[in-house]
Design a protein around this ligand. Structure first.
Ligand code: DC
Length: 230
């Protein structure tokens, strides 16, 4: 149990694209009554804003200024930018690919740092991304690396997009996922990595409910270890 004056506890959930982080993290947050940060959405918003304002995805200085000044709001599943709904644009594959490019730029990452930390509020936060445990919340009480095989992740993304009525090709999705993984793992700043203090949860053969249960069990175990003994 956190003592009064302690910062709100953070559960950091990092992992590759389409590993189910978002669904699992939101469910963990809901179960605990915690706030939720989808940090990928911030990088996606920078990419969406850049396209709208004709800023090249390699123009680090202007992108960092865009990132620092993003006028965005999160309301449940809905995302607004400059007062307009951009939910579908942010969730598009185009935004995902642009996000992966802008996320490799150190000045953009720096510009988003404090904005991400501002999501930390009582009673606690579940934060999902790539560097939640390593950079943004290094003092997180629980660090999870959520993953699944590239084929399973491609299948899940394929099903999601088909359900939305989009015509997509599984081979192309797998290729995109592998390219994005390579970029996220290979970049010099805040690369996607399994931290020494992170617990790996491989969801290739797990349901969402099973993955959530594992994380909640680990959190409860940590809490009971931290509880003062009488
Ligand atoms: O989790 P996602 O698919 O919405 O993330 C989109 C891109 O943003 C992804 O290629 C990696 C990047 N990202 C990042 O570098 N750091 C984060 N904390 C979150 C996302």
């Amino acid at each position: 149990m956190a003592k009064s004056g302690d910062p709100a506890p953070v559960i950091a959930i990092d992992g590759p694209s389409a590993s189910g982080k978002g669904t699992v993290a939101q469910e963990v947050a809901r179960s605990l009554g915690f706030h939720y940060l989808d940090s990928g959405a911030l990088y996606r918003l920078v990419a969406v804003a850049a396209v709208r304002q004709n800023v090249a995805l390699a123009d680090e200085k202007r992108l960092a200024a865009l990132a620092g000044g993003l006028a965005c709001e999160f309301c449940g599943d809905q995302i607004r930018l400059d007062g307009q709904s951009v939910t579908d644009a942010v969730r598009s594959e185009q935004a995902a690919s642009g996000a992966s490019e802008v996320a490799a730029l150190p000045q953009v990452r720096r510009a988003l740092l404090e904005r991400q930390r501002a999501f930390r509020r009582v009673p606690g936060l579940v934060a999902d991304g790539r560097d939640m445990g390593s950079v943004v919340f290094p003092d997180a009480v629980l660090k999870i690396f959520l993953t699944a095989s590239p084929e399973e992740r491609a299948n899940r993304r394929y099903k999601q997009l088909m359900e939305k009525g989009l015509r997509v090709n599984l081979i192309n999705i797998l290729r995109d996922i592998e390219q994005r993984d390579a970029r996220d793992i290979g970049r010099p700043v805040a690369p996607l990595q399994v931290g020494a203090d992170a617990m790996v949860v491989d969801t290739t053969n797990l349901t969402v409910a099973e993955a959530v249960a594992r994380i909640l069990e680990s959190y409860a175990a940590r809490q009971s270890r931290q509880a003062p003994s009488r």
